[in-house]
Design a protein around this ligand. Structure first.
Ligand SMILES: *Cc1c(COP(=O)(O)O)cnc(C)c1O
Length: 305
């Protein structure tokens, strides 16, 4: 299965806090598809085709009640007519979250397991419980997931050559390749694909949305192809209290940002990416002349909670 990428745009942004010496554009993966939006499609695509090639009769994966990965998997499997099972963290609530309600409506079988059992999911023998299922780890975090994410950066480079982007006046857009690529990081699978497809002259920066996720460097390294790699680093200061924690400051930043750019952000990932980017710009961490590509990884379905 292949989705049409024509809806993805590269949008130049000029929020009031961005100095004139720095240019920034956002790759709108949130516009990819109404149901299978953002980075989750790129992480799923090679997993889905492998499942089909292997003749699997079901796809099984994992997530929480608001998981963008569960939402995208349910929708993609419905498009493929491939039955899907979501192993969901926690007991079945009396009222399902919007995400789970929608996933179930798309035909996903929901199996609720205790938080304790969920912690042991990677060592549970799912293959013997679901012998015909193709198993995708939580968040689409595997080598095939990273491989699919190698397609993201070329989409931005291609858009640079088209009229999708309005460069700042007087600037020849073809003369300014991206110096920095910034992306929100959960499992790091998407960032690994971006690192694998960036040039050694570029700098890749991951804005981590989890608190205390020191293990991520090792996880990302395990998904990298043999070098040479671009310089890459993780920013751990912008999680805003931890995964899915929403502060009033984040809320008001997201509102202001929308008013200035018309780009809708999600509260868990892209809101923290843009707010982290603003803080780093204000602290001078992006040198004058930087041409920054921000990846909008989607996740807007989660805002309906
Ligand atoms: C899942 C998700 C991410 C994190 O991607 P990883 O590959 O797990 O790092 C970022 N942004 C959005 C909107 C997501 O849904």
């Amino acid at each position: 299965m292949q989705l049409n990428y024509d809806n993805i745009t590269l949008q130049s942004i000029t929020p009031s806090w961005l100095p004139a010496t720095i240019t920034a554009a956002i790759l709108r993966l949130d516009l990819l598809h109404p149901e299978v939006s953002g980075n989750k499609w790129f992480k799923l695509k090679h997993n889905l085709s492998t499942a089909m090639q292997q003749g699997r009769s079901r796809l099984l994966t994992f997530g929480g009640a608001y998981s963008n990965h569960i939402a995208a998997t349910a929708a993609a499997c419905q498009l493929l007519h491939l039955p899907s099972t979501g192993i969901i963290r926690g007991e079945r609530p009396p009222v399902l979250s919007h995400t789970l309600e929608h996933a179930a409506a798309q035909g996903m079988e929901l199996v609720f397991i205790t938080r304790e059992a969920y912690r042991h999911k990677t060592t549970t023998d799912w293959a013997s419980l679901y012998p015909d299922a193709y198993i995708v780890p939580e968040g689409g975090n595997n080598a095939l997931g990273a491989k699919g994410c190698e397609e993201i950066l070329p989409l931005a480079n291609a858009a640079l050559q088209t009229d999708n982007i309005q460069p700042p006046s007087g600037v020849d857009k073809r003369a300014i390749p991206f110096s920095h690529i910034a992306c929100a990081v959960g499992t790091g699978t998407t960032l690994a694909g971006i690192i694998n497809s960036a040039t050694p002259q570029q700098t890749v920066i991951g804005y981590v949305v989890l608190k205390g996720a020191a293990y991520l460097t090792g996880e990302i390294n395990s998904l990298l192809r043999p070098g040479p790699h671009p310089h890459w680093e993780l920013r751990h200061e912008h999680h805003g209290g931890g995964y899915a924690k929403v502060t009033p400051a984040l809320r008001s930043f997201m509102e202001e940002c929308y008013a200035e750019t018309r780009v809708p952000l999600d509260m868990v990932y892209t809101g923290k990416l843009l707010m982290g980017f603003r803080e780093d710009v204000q602290h001078g961490r992006y040198p004058a002349g930087s041409n920054v590509l921000l990846i909008h990884t989607g996740g807007l379905q989660g805002n309906t909670i």
